[in-house]
Structures are given as structure tokens and as C-alpha cells.
Ligand binder design. Sequence first.
Ligand SMILES: NC(=O)c1ccc[n+]([C@@H]2O[C@H](COP(=O)([O-])OP(=O)(O)OC[C@H]3O[C@@H](n4cnc5c(N)ncnc54)[C@H](OP(=O)(O)O)[C@@H]3O)[C@@H](O)[C@H]2O)c1
Length: 179
Amino acid sequence: MAKVLYSVTMSVDGFITGPGGDMQWMRPYLGPNPAVDELTPRIGAILVGRRSHDGDDPYKGEAGEGEAFGGGWSGPLFVLTHRLPERSELDVTYVDDFTKALAAAKEAAGDRYVNVIGANVAKQCIEAGELDEVLVFYAPVLLGDGTRLFDHPGGRTVPLQRIRSTETPTANGLWFTVG
Ligand SMILES: NC(=O)c1ccc[n+]([C@@H]2O[C@H](COP(=O)([O-])OP(=O)(O)OC[C@H]3O[C@@H](n4cnc5c(N)ncnc54)[C@H](OP(=O)(O)O)[C@@H]3O)[C@@H](O)[C@H]2O)c1
């Protein structure tokens, strides 16, 4: 059965984008990362929010622009959106219902991970009790504003258990199970 993993690169002050969805802040931290190389073949499907899917790309102007993990992964992609497009794309399924999208992504992933992209979608996974693991890469930078890794007005405590840490010259990683 597929596990659901939220993998993300974050500034030390807890932002996954700069102001206005800026993703160019990440460019200096896209260096070789063995933990990502190890993870990508273990991903069977991606569940992504439309804002992440359509948004700024840290690989802008490079060969991997517009592709998951900068071209390091290919496979079935499920995009959550209230604005279903008329045309279809290879390997991309647009879905307007969270429960249906997650179920389809899990089925497509088989016994590999459903990798969640997008803070808003990850939050829905947490609220539905469906998030199994979190992998955070800490980039050595402060951003001051942007999209938070997890935003819950009024607060919400989500206990995590650390299962692994990784180090690279550009971003250290912490891997957790949820609960
Ligand atoms: N630092 C990193 O590692 C990293 C990685 C990936 C992305 N990012 C960035 O992080 C930001 C994440 O953005 P975010 O968390 O604000 O948004 P998001 O989760 O990527 O997408 C949110 C959007 O998904 C759609 N959606 C979500 N739930 C839905 C549901 N239940 N039913 C139908 N549609 C639904 C809606 O789009 P519609 O308006 O179409 O309905 C909603 O506005 C993006 O700017 C992205 O570029 C950062």
C-alpha cells in the first residue's frame, strides 16, 4: 500500500517560497543531493496542487524546467484544481476532489510513495489523517516572507518522529514519520 510523503525544501525560517510564490530563491540549493536521488525511484505517483503545478519553477531556463524534480522523475501526476482544463496531457490527471485525487494517486503509486507537492495539499493530507511521512531539506537561508511549510491559523500540533537525517553541501535533510 502506498505511503504519502510530503517532501519539500524550506528556508531556515520556515518558508517554501519567497514572496508572491517566488521559487528562484532555491536555485543556489539545487546542487547534487543523494537523498533526492535515492527517493525519486521510490515515488510511484505525485499529488500536486495547481499553484505548485503552474507556479514559478526553480529550474526556469534549464533543461528540467516544467518537470517534476527538474526532470529527475517521470510518472503519473495528479493535479488538484477547481478549474479542470479541457485538454489532456500525457501522464497528467486533473482532479477537483481531494479524496478522489488521493485515492487515484495511491492506486497509481502501488507500493511506492505518493509524493505530495504543495503546502495547501499537504495540509489537507494532514487534516484527513493521510500524511505518513515528511522529508524537509533545510536550505541555509532566511526569506522573511512567502508560503509557509505548514500554515494553520490558530495553530495545530502535528507530532513528528525523526527517522533519518541527511547532509549535503547545499541542504541538510530531516525525514520524519507523522504521529
Ligand atoms: N520549496 C519547495 O520545495 C516547493 C516545492 C514545490 C512547490 N513549491 C511552491 O510552493 C507553493 C505551494 O503553494 P500552495 O501551498 O499555496 O498551493 P498548492 O498546494 O500547490 O496548490 C493549491 C491549489 O490547488 C488547488 N486545490 C487544492 N486543494 C483542492 C481541492 N481539494 N479541490 C480542488 N482543488 C484544490 C487549488 O487550485 P485552483 O485555484 O486551480 O482551484 C488551490 O489553489 C507554490 O508557490 C510552489 O511553487 C515549493
